[in-house]
Design a protein around this ligand. Sequence first.
Ligand code: ATP
Length: 364
Amino acid sequence: MTEIQLSNIDKHFGPVHVIREINLTVKDREFVVLLGPSGCGKTTTLRAIAGLEDIDSGDILIDGKPVQNVHASERDVAFVFQNYALYPHLTVYENMAFPLRAVRQSREEIDRTVQSVATSLGITGLLKRRPSALSGGDMQRVAIGRSLVRRPKAILLDEPIGSLDAKLRETMRVELKRLHIENGSTSIYVTHDQVEAMSLADRIVVMHEGLLQQVGTPDEVYRYPANMFVAQFVGSPVMNLADAAISEGADGVSVGLGGVNFAFPAALSGELTKAGAQQRKLKLGVRPEGVLLSHEPREGYVAVTSGIIEPLGSHDIVDLKVGDIVLRSRTKSGFVAGPGDQVWARIDPAQAHFFDTTSGISLG
Ligand code: ATP
């Protein structure tokens, strides 16, 4: 059992407040991804857990025991760096055996473990090579292998596949997932790539400017973003966000976007009135798949103007001029329209989010 708990951790680098009162519990065998833009404090958080960085205040507990005064080498957590950090003069075998030699395991034990980890990573054929004779993906496999041989309590991975090309990243993502399913080690993984986070995580922790923005399953973070930052950071293409003017009529609510009114069902009226939305400045957020398109007029659809269409094979992304704003729609491939053509659009109320413009917080 390995559980990692961060309780109110805080850290400055000089005047820069890089981690602000972070509270998080990573459960046994859980795969948690810290996701956020460059500079938001992900790496510092990970390094603090490993004992590579001191914190100003708060507690870090591993299996319930505070570890602030425990040296990195005694915390029994492995750290996988983006730049691999392999010893260039040692073979792959020796690189992987290194942590075991350091704790004076017997030659037979070391051999058994290195061979077994190398087999699970598919690198037995590389054991005699030196790092200079390896591809980027193989180097990363070896670095991960070296972190696994000691069967650490937890594995911390800092953008481990960030420097690989897109195709290899995809392959390694699947391998990391398989390895985690097989080994089940408690893992914390840092990335700024939301696709990587969505595909690997049991839970995603979205960070921005040193603050936790939302903690949830990939589905929760995607479908119920807590605020505008999360809404726009997670998902590609990004969620549409536009100033919304709410007005109530006899047969429902209408939401004005760019000067064009979209009809919403009456049921929404209660929700928005309850939240005091009509008195507040609001933004409507809708993912491109929630902007529905038609070539002909249909009930509930309004006339808009088609712009650029990006055909992406499995689907198309269509830019729509809606009054004085642009909304992006994701539609099935083969949507035929030229720039300037009139088409019809509707916003799926089930996929619409409303955010307070000032605080950025979702109205739920
Ligand atoms: P990246 O993906 O670019 O590594 P990150 O989210 O992991 O970003 P951190 O590396 O944790 O962010 O950095 C957070 C902030 O702390 C940044 O503003 C960074 O410049 C600053 N910082 C990090 N390490 C140090 C250091 N040793 N000394 C001073 N400032 C630092």
